[in-house]
Design a protein around this ligand. Sequence first.
Ligand code: AGP
Length: 610
Amino acid sequence: MCGIAGYIGKNKASKFLLEALKRLEYRGYDSAGIVVLNKNIPKCLKSVGKINALEKKMKNENLDGFLGISHTRWATHGSPSEDNAHPHSDCRGNIWLVHNGIIENYKTLKKNLIEEGHSFKSETDTEVIAHLIESHFKGSLEKAVFSALKQIKGAYALAVISKDDPDKIVVAKKSSPLVMGIGKDEYFLASDPSAIVGYTDKIIYFDDDEISIITKNGHQIISAIDNNEINKSHCQIDFDASKIEKCGHSHFYLKEIFECPEAVKNSIRGRIIPEDGLVKLGGLETLDQDKLREINRIILIACGTANFAGLVGEYIMEEYAGIPVEVEIGSEFRYRKPIIDSRTAVITISQSGETADTLASLSEAKRKGALTLGIVNTVGSTIARETEAGVYNHVGPEIAVASTKAFISQIIILALLTVYLGRMRGMSLTMGKRITEEIQKMPSLIEKVLENDRQIKDLAKKYSRYRNFLFLGRKYNYPIAEEGALKLKEVTYVHAEGCASGEMKHGPIAMINENFPSVFIAPSDSVYEKNWSNMEEVKARNGKIIAIVTEGNEEIKNIADDVIYIPKTLEMLTPILSVIPLYLFSAYMGMELNCDIDKPRNLAKSVTVE
Ligand code: AGP
């Protein structure tokens, strides 16, 4: 959950190393550090807090040198402090490294190293690696790294430099993401491509158990298992710098909410054949289509917001493709004993494509012989490479920690997949046409919802004094109640609960009073009447109600304190419209409460450790 970067080449390393940290800050931001080698003398700076604290320190220091590494941290072992910030070094200040991941056997290794006389400065698992490399160092950095990795258990993306074996960076990858940008006489290393955009568009994605030795004149990749050379060709980065800038918005979170119409257009481009009510998913056409036709059960696995998209997908797929669907939380599924066979399709949904719990569940499903598919946004990410086939969201980089446009696109892709699999089964051409035509209207319908921006900003101001909220919905919009609550928690730190409206009377209603507002997601669908009676139950206990309903619903004004209207659409697609006001509400309330809505405390964008 950290961001690491490295540079070796013809230019001053510190420039890229700092800029890269700013772009990777959404991965973790409780402390940061940099070390640059200048004429074989390492110069290291560390700071607690966000990157600008490190930048201030760097301004007063001369950080010359053409080679270096840097890090922005999300603490796992040892609280945020300068001692625990990366880079970490060995006893002699020869080996310096930055790390993203968790070393599971660090306690045992540390105990042995202390018995061998090593002294530690931090509480981190990472520092153990520096001392382990030191214990194997006999002049060749890559040989020492190779030997040290043999003793390590866990996840890592590592970048290591040494003053006694200078002019090279040695990197290693296992489970945590790591990419390398190839420039002219220079190399850029980072946890993800967004840090390298604008420096070069040639990129190599490292795979697990790969070590690379990089000098300014070239690089070599070897296997950490058998030390054999690995030839890898580079790919092209498929997005430009504008995608990682705020483009006039005050925050990435707001920018990405307003990008939702564009995100849907990019997710459906070239994938709908309206005249035949069919869907084209190039990423699945590589598969034997009979295998897809024979699927008799689907398990959707994801974490956080992506899991709630899966919940919407479950309703859609069961109702329109007639396939039994289960939705699983990654961190639970990986430790369960799931019954899986070759006619089970396991679909992992992930924006980053790097979420450790989802990844581990995927490996479990592969071991059990399931057909593994992915719905992933980050091109070239581990989940995308580990699944047999899949569908990219194509919404571009999502910078704000709280996911929005990726969520909308995940629901769109699940609806497209429903038509793709449904039309292989009983779904009629008419139904296929109806669904795909309505999906194509989504960008303009979302635009209409975004026009409520001003009203929602005022509502957020009005409700910013409350400290507890209950979000309620039924059927397709029950997952939206969960997602709305998650967003409010993430970006305002206010207590919020998502609840299926029908569940309220089984407990949560006990909390309701005039200081505990309820947000009802109640479009005019097949369960609207049921939601109405739940609203009456809240009103009977003086509860305040904000209702998200379908335009033209006038009676709602008799029971709700505030009403937000969304356009009419198919019941199965209402979640795409009803979630937008909840995103804006959380954004504006977060701003009202002076929260950092792009980088909320204690969170990170891609959770690469368990
Ligand atoms: C959502 O706003 C959060 N950032 C978090 O719940 C996220 O959805 C979860 O960590 C899964 O991430 P992924 O989609 O990258 O796998």
